[in-house]
Design a protein around this ligand. Sequence first.
Ligand SMILES: [Fe+2]
Length: 160
Amino acid sequence: MPKQTLDTPEQLLHFQLRTALTMEHDSLAALGELGAAVKGAEIKKLFRHHADETREQIANLQRVFELLELRESTAPSPSTKGIGKQAASLLERSAPKLRDQAALASALGNEHYEISAYQALLVPVRAMGAVDAGRLLQANLEQEEHTSEEIRTTLQSIAG
Ligand SMILES: [Fe+2]
């Protein structure tokens, strides 16, 4: 199938939202995999908590489609698939004693990617004056920022 050409800012935003939905599904899968790979109870809890938040983020995104009157669907997100692959490869290469550190380092990369996706979505949504959609995207962004900071401080506390 030929690739759709994005001709208008609305089409671009719609496509970005669709990739963001895939991004969150990929994040949910990655958090489950990372959570299973780590030993530390606190780190498992951190990943589990953010998986719960990620389910809310998916619901928020679904609501954003509705609010903007855009058809809800997903679009490919090779970036998050790649981050997941890189995490799997790093974990596979890491000795068991380094796995928590490797998992946290990988999760930090994922959060930063998500932060950039929400920052990029918020610009056109705010420009449209879509206040409610903007609030939901901002809520997701703040959860990613908060998680990224928690991951970073946990990484700092365990890194030798
Ligand atoms: Fe997320």
